[in-house]
Design a protein around this ligand. Structure first.
Ligand code: ADP
Ligand code: MG
Length: 467
């Protein structure tokens, strides 16, 4: 980097609205409490309470009005002013809470303000996502707003036509939405370069730093000028990864919405279903699927391609219901087609975890964990495919067998975090683990003990009043 002369760029586009400037500390605290905003960082801008406070371009404002967005979601309220100010931000908020907009709108403001890209110049804005399906969705969402400003957007997603991508890139492009592998390939082939990139987003950031992606991500970030603005968004963030992210960013603002460590969306009803064996799984599904399909779309998660296919063929045979399957082994054009069909007329999709992150399909009312997810984070993302943006409730069923006690433990914790009731049967399976059982017992005793003390105090006071 020291050998390259980077041109200056602008990154602060935020001017505090009078109404926000006039808020005193207590009022700001109240807003933060109501929105459950927790922030860490230096000189953090105040949250906004209306999109009007951002003083955005009228074209964008009209579009917001046309979409009937009433007010910012919690993450938007705090993240938008921070990102518009040019700050590096880590945003952790539950699934379906509108994180995309929190980085897309400021990206358009940022890109509009820079010198226009010329032929063969690389992008100013870059969004990196873990799956092609999410990439396509973010691409469409970005395009929807970018069109208003004649900003060009390209998708560099694996599996798609390289020749076409190459041609688009050579013409010069303002924004790229990419999966890591394809982006690196295109940079290596010199179809594009990251010299003009000053705004980079990692969506589903925690997955980007997990095994398999981390090296690629570091290599991408390493190629971008050190003073770039960098934004990380996710619904789940393990402590270790959070620290890694904080260390990587210069003077970051860390925004977390809600109390939950992992951002379970409380609006999603989590219902465990205890089954005896694989036959029991299938029986339960065949008995209930029709009812669930009456409420809306159904997304079923399995772990492998074979499971998806055999499940769908059982459903077709026994119930006469049509559906689709989605997994990584399918050709890209098929994957795209399947998501589009599921968005439109098809009501049932059986998928592996390539569908677990980020996808925003409003009509999904039911998610079924037919086989257990690998860990708690994947569980949160899977069930997060329903309950989008608080405008619809969703239900997530999880099939649990005795041998799945690890999953049962995770479920107990997640259900409790969401403030819902843990069924006794589930607790019993979780209790098969001695550590878990001991832990729970200790907690319960501690709780009763504390309550006991309280009760005696109240009694004591009551008695005192009487005498
Ligand atoms: P996340 O990335 O947090 O999972 P998304 O960005 O995919 O969530 O947004 C989920 C849905 O909420 C989208 O359909 C989006 O259009 C909608 N949405 C975003 N912001 C708002 C808002 N302020 N008011 C109403 N709906 C919104
Ligand atoms: Mg998202």
């Amino acid at each position: 980097h020291s050998q390259i002369q980077y041109e200056e760029f602008e990154s602060n586009f935020y001017q505090e609205h009078e109404e926000i400037a006039n808020l005193n500390v207590a009022q700001v605290e109240k807003i933060k409490r109501e929105y459950q905003i927790h922030v860490k960082g230096n000189n953090v801008p105040k949250p906004i309470i209306s999109f009007g406070h951002l003083q955005l371009d009228q074209k964008l404002v009209n579009k917001i009005v046309a979409q009937n967005f009433e007010k910012p979601t919690a993450i938007q309220s705090q993240a938008l002013p921070c990102v518009l100010s040019g700050r590096n931000v880590i945003g952790v908020a539950k699934t379906g809470s509108g994180k995309t907009i929190a980085y897309v709108w400021p990206m358009l403001v940022h890109v509009s303000a820079q010198r226009a890209v010329e032929k063969k110049e690389g992008p100013i804005g870059l969004v990196v996502v873990p799956t092609r399906e999410l990439g396509q969705q973010v691409y469409l969402e970005t395009k929807k707003y970018a069109q208003l400003f004649q900003i060009s957007v390209s998708a560099l997603l694996g599996g798609e036509n390289k020749h076409h991508q190459w041609k688009e890139l050579r013409a010069g492009v303002d924004i790229i939405i990419a999966t890591p592998g394809r982006l690196i390939e295109m940079v290596k082939k010199k179809a594009t370069n990251l010299q003009r990139c000053t705004y980079i987003v990692l969506d589903e950031a925690d997955q980007m730093f997990s095994l398999g992606f981390e090296y690629q991500i570091r290599s991408i970030i390493g190629q971008i000028r050190p003073d770039k603005q960098i934004l990380l968004f996710t619904a789940t963030m393990k402590k270790k990864i959070r620290q890694l992210c904080v260390d990587m960013l210069i003077d970051p603002i860390v925004i977390t919405i809600g109390e939950n460590e992992n951002q379970v969306n409380e609006d999603i009803k989590q219902l465990p279903v205890i089954v005896d064996d694989d036959e029991g799984r299938l029986r339960w599904l065949l008995q209930n699927l029709k009812t669930y399909l009456q409420n809306g779309k159904v997304l079923i998660f399995a772990n492998q391609m074979g499971q998806c296919e055999s499940l769908l063929s059982e459903i077709k045979q026994k119930l006469g219901i049509q559906g689709l399957t989605l997994y990584g082994d399918k050709l890209q054009y098929e994957r795209t087609l399947i998501i589009n069909q599921f968005k439109q007329h098809v009501h049932l999709l059986i998928a592996t975890d390539i569908a677990s992150r980020g996808l925003d399909i409003k009509e999904i009312r039911t998610v079924i964990n037919y086989f257990p997810p690998k860990d708690a984070d994947i569980y949160i993302h899977r069930i997060g495919r329903t309950g989008r943006a608080g405008n619809c409730d969703g239900v997530a069923y999880s099939l649990v067998q005795k041998q799945d006690w690890k999953f049962a433990i995770m479920l107990v914790r997640s259900i409790e975090l969401a403030g819902q009731i843990v069924p006794q049967e589930l607790e019993e399976i979780a209790n098969l683990d001695d550590h878990f059982k001991m832990d729970r017992m200790k907690k319960k005793m501690g709780y009763d003990y504390a309550r006991g003390k309280d009760a005696s105090k109240i009694l004591h006071q009551a008695l005192k009043r009487q005498t």
